[in-house]
Design a protein around this ligand. Structure first.
Ligand SMILES: CC(C)(COP(=O)(O)OP(=O)(O)OC[C@H]1O[C@@H](n2cnc3c(N)ncnc32)[C@H](O)[C@@H]1OP(=O)(O)O)[C@@H](O)C(=O)NCCC(=O)NCCS
Length: 144
């Protein structure tokens, strides 16, 4: 089936909120994605099948040469068909054309093959703190 890859496309808040909830297995919460992306992200990429958003990723920006990938999400019924790799590579290409020099991502260990082999990232040391877990043992799982 043919696919349609788009970067910096007009985002439908409800559609992206639903995809994110499905991909990250949390309840549906409406998120003002379009406004957030315009304000905080250097670029974003999505894959559409027959008009349906099936994959998404965006990169927040430091205003200089660094961008950070977040929220890589593929619909459950579309996984392991190359969608995730394509949206990440499309985003990285757009970031390169925009003059970004460093693209960062962090991820859980089981996604090493995805980010390293399918998306081309090299290994690095990274750190993460969850500041919303005050008074409990901090959880350092990546959710974006
Ligand atoms: C991670 C995710 C974006 C991958 O999307 P996808 O479209 O299924 O990935 P691709 O089809 O492009 O995968 C390419 C390769 O990456 C690896 N890979 C992908 N998903 C994997 C997984 N869950 N576990 C291990 N390896 C994986 C495989 O080597 C795969 O090739 P193969 O299918 O020939 O074995 C998708 O599973 C998802 O949305 N997960 C939930 C949200 C999430 O965890 N996002 C990442 C946050 S850091």
């Amino acid at each position: 089936m043919s696919y349609d890859l788009r970067v910096r496309f007009p985002v439908d808040d409800e559609e992206l909120s639903r995809l994110h909830a499905e991909a990250f297995d949390h309840g549906y919460t409406p998120v003002p994605w379009a406004e957030r992306l315009q304000r905080h992200s250097r670029s974003w990429a999505g894959e559409f099948r027959q008009g349906r958003l099936v994959g998404f990723v965006h990169a927040v920006w430091d205003g200089g040469g660094h961008a950070f990938l977040l929220d890589t999400a593929v619909a459950l019924d579309m996984r392991r068909q190359g969608v995730g790799g394509r949206v990440v590579r499309a985003l990285v290409q757009d970031l390169e054309e925009l003059g970004i020099e460093w693209v960062h991502v962090d991820y859980e260990p089981h996604l090493g093959r995805f980010y390293r082999q399918a998306c081309g990232f090299g290994p690095t040391q990274a750190g993460l703190l969850r500041l919303d877990q005050v008074g409990t043992e901090r959880d350092t799982d990546c959710d974006g």
